[in-house]
Design a binder for this molecule. Structure first.
Ligand code: DP6
Length: 362
């Protein structure tokens, strides 16, 4: 489901630009978490994620050659139809980081227009989908203006590398359905530079796997991921955490092939809680879980025990809960969500998503 609605921009704004490209990029949810990085934007452990489908960013980049070349990046950024200067410093440092890979950047002026399929105050992290969409546009622009004839693999690798330099987890939003970012001995081709598609045949139970995101807290995050990653530098448990994440990825990799749901659930929930355990034990510590996150976790465990349905949860760096379950149990789980978990969201609701395939040129 990709929106083909026109951007909320007046055509007069873009008429002076010679050409444009548009991409949608989905969000992704990590099952094995990336938490801790080294310069520049390289992960301290391998991570693995489900690419999502419905939660996505649509970005159009219009461009024209500068009349006089200067030593600056010239871009304007519009979010959902309005200029958003608060995002410009992030874009400026992104352009600085990627310049070595995109030497044309200072020769052009760019108009970047972006919108999300999910409400911006939902507390859903948007940097992964935003950076993946923008990176994909820039690779397509390079191909057009330089005439570079990328193979699909080269295009995806480059987009993932650029996206990573914007936001680490964005590296995993280019393709799907399951992505690995960071070198891991069991995943062919895996590396720290860009994400790769999980290389093994996946058990049928994971086809159309569902992710319903419970909106427990729509507020702004108290701590940015970047600050959180930084706190892993002197964290007393960091070394052990990085080893454990890589070990968990080995175990999970086997579950994905065998369809071993019991172990899958154990690892996925353990990873979510380990991520938050790192935050709880950093200096300074921070608590992103809310009482209602814990309440919903209790209900999910009770429902699993009572029904035997393979439902589990994961978390990103916030209070919202991702409820994961096989498509075959969608009806029962949605009934449970509507009757039990929805009340815990205090009317803020939920967003239904499922495993998807990455960016699309539209
Ligand atoms: C908890 O990718 O948002 O979602 O690289 O600083 O932009 P930066 O961080 P970011 O961190 C994501 C952390 C996470 C886990 C994950 O997605 O693996």
């Amino acid at each position: 489901m990709k929106s083909n609605t026109p951007f909320k921009m007046s055509m007069s704004k873009i008429s002076s630009f010679i050409d444009s490209v548009t991409y949608t990029a989905p969000s992704n949810i990590a099952l094995i978490k990336y938490w801790g990085k080294k310069p520049v934007q390289l992960p301290c452990n391998a991570s693995l994620s489900f690419t999502l489908n419905n939660c996505h960013t649509k970005t159009r980049v219009s461009y024209k050659k500068k009349e006089a070349i200067n030593d600056e990046f010239n871009f304007q950024f519009f979010f959902e139809g309005a200029p958003k200067p608060s995002f410009e410093p992030k874009l400026q440092s992104f352009f600085e980081r990627i310049e070595a890979y995109c030497p044309f950047l200072k020769e052009y002026e760019f108009l970047i227009e972006s919108e999300n399929s999910f409400p911006h105050s939902s507390g859903i992290a948007s940097s992964a989908s935003a950076m993946a969409a923008l990176a994909s546009c820039l690779v397509a622009i390079e191909s057009k203006i330089e005439g570079t004839d990328f193979t699909t693999a080269e295009k995806n690798q480059k987009a993932s590398r650029l996206a990573r330099l914007g936001s680490g987890s964005a590296a995993r939003s280019i393709e799907g359905p399951i992505m690995v970012w960071g070198k891991h001995d069991l995943v062919t081709g895996s590396n720290d530079d860009y994400a790769v598609v999980f290389d093994k045949p996946i058990a049928p139970i994971f086809q159309n796997f569902q992710d319903t995101i419970l909106l427990i807290d729509k507020g702004e995050k108290q701590v940015s991921s970047t600050v959180g990653h930084g706190l892993m530098k002197n964290h007393p448990f960091a070394k052990q955490r990085f080893l454990e994440a890589n070990k968990n990825l080995s175990v999970l990799s086997k579950c994905l092939v065998d369809g071993d749901m019991e172990t899958f659930i154990k690892i996925v929930e353990h990873e979510a809680l380990s991520l938050h355990a790192m935050m709880l034990t950093s200096d300074p510590y921070f608590i992103l879980l809310k009482p209602n996150t814990l309440k919903a976790i209790e209900e999910i465990r009770a429902f699993r025990k009572k029904t035997g349905i393979n439902i589990c949860f994961t978390l990103d760096a916030g209070a919202n809960l991702h409820v994961l379950y096989p498509n075959s149990h969608k009806k029962e789980v949605l009934h449970f969500i509507d009757n039990v978990l929805y009340l815990i969201t205090k009317g803020q609701g939920y967003i239904c998503d499922y495993i998807g395939n990455g960016v699309e040129n539209i």
